[in-house]
Ligand binder design. Structure first.
Ligand code: FVH
Length: 290
């Protein structure tokens, strides 16, 4: 028999997780604060627990996917004694500090702890593009890796329980930078009679795709250092051109709120003497190291 699994939380993501476990043949018990949520799971054979304690009692593997850290703590605390000898996998979005605190608390209850960062939206769960980052107990990860693989490709990023959250938030930073930049780009073109769809499909996506290749170079410069004068697109030049991006936005009636901070960072980096360097200098500035 496949490992029985409990899923706490039947929001959009928890429901997708429970559905994937059920589809893979795992006996699946669920609990949700608001009872009766996601009725479609009933015909897939889910078991609904009346209380959190009941839900924890029946499975060695407990997956929690709630709104935030507060909801995880208030949900688990009253049933803490049921966590002994369980593996607690917390896929709720949170900070590294929250993950480390929950790991300490879980250890006090006699549970193994894995923190996770889901790199997918609900519809991707169980599909090939989804992956989930895990950190914390390596023993627990190896024991339950096959079950966790039913949800998404599992990627273990270290024994520090905070590392999954750190990687998750770093990846989300990259995503929000991209969608924020795209939102500003679309505001600019739609200030004229330009098709947002054609602009996005014919120009924006190919451009961003081509620029993705530069990220590896920035990372390598950061890690190993760039040769002096090696910057192909030096920051002083970029800071000068960036002013046009702000001015044109204002001229077109577009709020520059999304793009102004990057201009300020470019200016600061140049002012601190790094105008002949590439974008790795901005990373150093953000990390406040010289
Ligand atoms: N959905 C997504 O695209 C992203 C993908 C990446 C990972 N995130 C994180 O996953 C967590 C859950 O997200 P979700 O999409 O399932 O969120 P909702 O559909 O809003 O469901 C929220 C569930 O949390 C329950 N809940 C809220 N507050 C409490 C509380 N105080 N005590 C107990 N449970 C609580 C809520 O229950 P109910 O409202 O139905 O009673 C839902 O089950 C999240 O960390 C994302 O950042 C999703």
């Amino acid at each position: 028999m496949k490992t029985p699994v409990t899923v706490l939380g039947l929001g959009a993501m928890g429901t997708a997780l429970a559905r994937a476990f059920l589809a893979a043949g795992h006996p699946t018990t669920v609990w949700n604060r608001t009872p009766g949520r996601s009725p479609e799971l009933d015909e897939l054979g889910v078991t609904r627990a009346a209380t959190v304690a009941d839900a924890l009692a029946v499975s060695p593997l407990i997956v929690v996917c709630l709104l935030n850290d507060d909801s995880v703590r208030t949900t688990l605390a009253p049933a803490a004694t049921e966590l002994s000898d369980r593996t607690l996998v917390n896929l709720t979005n949170g900070t590294p500090a929250q993950a480390r605190r929950t790991a300490d608390w879980a250890a006090q209850q006699g549970a193994e702890y894995l923190d996770g960062g889901i790199m997918a939206v609900p519809v991707m769960i169980g599909g090939p593009a989804a992956f989930i980052l895990y950190s914390g107990s390596e023993v627990a990860f190896e024991r339950h890796q096959a079950a966790l693989a039913e949800l998404a490709r599992p990627q273990y990023v270290g024994s520090d329980p905070g590392f999954a959250a750190l990687h998750d938030l770093a990846l989300l930073s990259g995503m929000y930078g991209m969608v924020g930049g795209a939102a500003h780009a679309l505001a600019l073109v739609s200030s004229e009679k330009i098709s947002p769809t054609a602009f996005t499909n014919d120009l924006l996506i190919p451009w961003l795709t081509a620029m993705l290749g530069t990220l590896s170079q920035i990372a390598a410069d950061l890690e190993y250092g760039a040769a002096p004068g090696a910057a192909g697109s030096n920051l002083a030049m970029q800071a000068t051109a960036y002013v046009n991006l702000i001015d044109a936005s204002v001229d077109q009636g577009v709020d520059p709120a999304m793009v102004t901070p990057m201009g300020e960072l470019l200016d600061r980096t140049v002012a601190e003497g790094h105008g002949d360097e590439d974008l790795a200098a901005i990373v150093r500035l953000l990390r406040k190291v010289s």
